[in-house]
Ligand binder design. Structure first.
Ligand SMILES: *[C@@H]1O[C@H](CO)[C@@H](O)[C@H](O)[C@H]1NC(C)=O
Ligand SMILES: *[C@@H]1O[C@H](CO)[C@@H](O)[C@H](O)[C@H]1NC(C)=O
Ligand SMILES: *[C@@H]1O[C@H](CO)[C@@H](O)[C@H](O)[C@H]1NC(C)=O
Length: 382
């Protein structure tokens, strides 16, 4: 047997023992890459699904939450000001990806981040680094399955820029992840201008995940409804509006920004917002310019694929801006699979639009993923 035949045979054997179509990696132990059929000759094919919205919640993050006043609910979730944060394991995450056809997932840290440590800045820095190093360990162990958005120690601005440099230059992350707001502070607040300036200068993709309303008064402002249901989408929409009205985005327009859940309620109420903001009492903004700004962002469709939602999204956002978001583990695996099928069916996406949604749009704005998926070529022996 020649060397190249031998390697193909070895690769085949590993691929077969691992079962599922994309379930090449056995969770829990390091697996050599590549582990499947001779993918070194396969380009990124039409079945490939790239998920830009999923989360990890390692045990040490859970512990930090419990140590800082969050409570454990009977279902083993952690309850944070009305938001249930489910348990998470690496095995569960990989199994869900394998079972529901997600090839590659860019992980990030969801709300509330570590804003509950804002009075303990040193502890916040330490845990921030630990979270990023942990995400790095996943991307290293499973380079063709996981990428990551860098977590920043907000509200520490200088340290945030240092952390972003560390993630981008040393850890090879796909971009940076922020929340729509940190209690009273919107992500477009003047305080964070140096971060936007940095992202703009280096053309770093930014992922903006929704967060709760102000923690201390969530019950009053939501009338007791858990903030994840209604208020998360509203916070995404408010943030889009704030980035426009504050001038932050037009000052730093050169890097891509991803919003979650189809922009929250944006496509549905954009017209109203435009009319409102164009009145003199509300700033006299130019709504045409505002809509142009909104349409230049990217949007994942986690929990935003029903027929009415897709109709509004297709009408307001062009389909070359849409990304797959699983929102695992906040959304269980089967529902996440439904987001891929649902958007395609309910949005009546053409084959080209489907391809863009499943992988093409993500590959365009997160170019590191392509290199990593094709990194299997390293094993080519001819
Ligand atoms: C992604 O997984 C599908 C099976 O669900 C497989 O057909 C495809 O080749 C995989 N893509 C890559 C780039 O490995
Ligand atoms: C709003 O902006 C658009 C695009 O820049 C421009 O064509 C239009 O004249 C502006 N409208 C007003 C009322 O200034
Ligand atoms: C992949 O999808 C594109 C767009 O629909 C299509 O042109 C191409 O033929 C497809 N490739 C395969 C191998 O099915």
């Amino acid at each position: 047997m020649q060397l190249n035949q031998l390697l193909v045979a070895v690769t085949l054997a590993i691929g077969i023992t691992s079962g599922h179509g994309i379930g090449h990696d056995k969770p829990g132990k390091p697996t050599p890459e590549p582990t499947s059929l001779p993918e070194h000759d396969v380009p990124i094919d039409n079945n490939t699904v790239i998920d830009t919205h999923s989360h990890i919640i390692p045990d040490f993050l859970r512990q930090a939450m419990l140590d800082n006043g969050f409570t454990l609910s009977p279902d083993d979730s952690i309850l944070s000001n009305g938001v249930y944060i489910p348990p998470w394991t690496l095995d569960g995450h990989l199994n869900a990806m394998n079972q529901y056809g997600i090839n590659y997932s860019v992980v990030s840290i969801s709300a509330p981040g570590l804003i509950f440590l804002d009075k303990k800045p040193r502890e916040q820095l330490k845990l921030t680094r630990k979270l990023n190093d942990y995400m790095y360990s996943l991307t290293k162990q499973y380079p063709t399955r996981f990428g990551a958005f860098c977590f920043l120690p907000i509200p520490q601005v200088k340290a945030s820029i240092e952390e972003a440099k560390y993630c981008l230059d040393k850890l090879g992350f796909e971009g940076v992840g922020l929340l729509t707001n940190y209690n009273e502070l919107m992500v477009g607040d003047k305080l964070f201008e140096p971060i936007f300036e940095f992202l703009n200068k280096r053309n770093v993709p930014l992922y903006i995940h929704p967060a709760s309303v102000v923690a201390e008064c969530w019950e009053k402002t939501t009338h007791g409804y858990g903030p994840a249901m209604i208020d998360f989408p509203i916070q995404s929409t408010r943030t889009l509006i704030h980035l426009f009205a504050s001038g932050m985005r037009s000052k730093f327009p050169d890097f891509n920004i991803i919003f979650s859940h189809g922009g929250g309620v944006l496509p549905f109420i954009a017209d109203r917002v435009g009319n409102f903001l164009s009145t003199p009492q509300n700033g006299g903004y130019n709504s045409t310019e505002m809509f142009e700004q909104f349409r230049a962002y990217y949007y994942d469709l986690a929990s935003a694929v029903s027929k009415p939602t897709m109709a509004a999204i297709k009408e307001f956002i062009s389909t070359d801006r849409l990304l797959v978001g699983s929102d695992y583990p906040f959304t269980p695996g089967p529902a996440a699979a439904g987001f891929v099928r649902g958007a395609i069916a309910n949005g009546k996406l053409t084959p080209e639009e489907q391809l863009g949604y499943k992988n093409g749009n993500a590959l365009r704005i997160l170019p590191g993923i392509k290199a990593k998926l094709l990194g299997r070529r390293l094993f080519r022996v001819d």
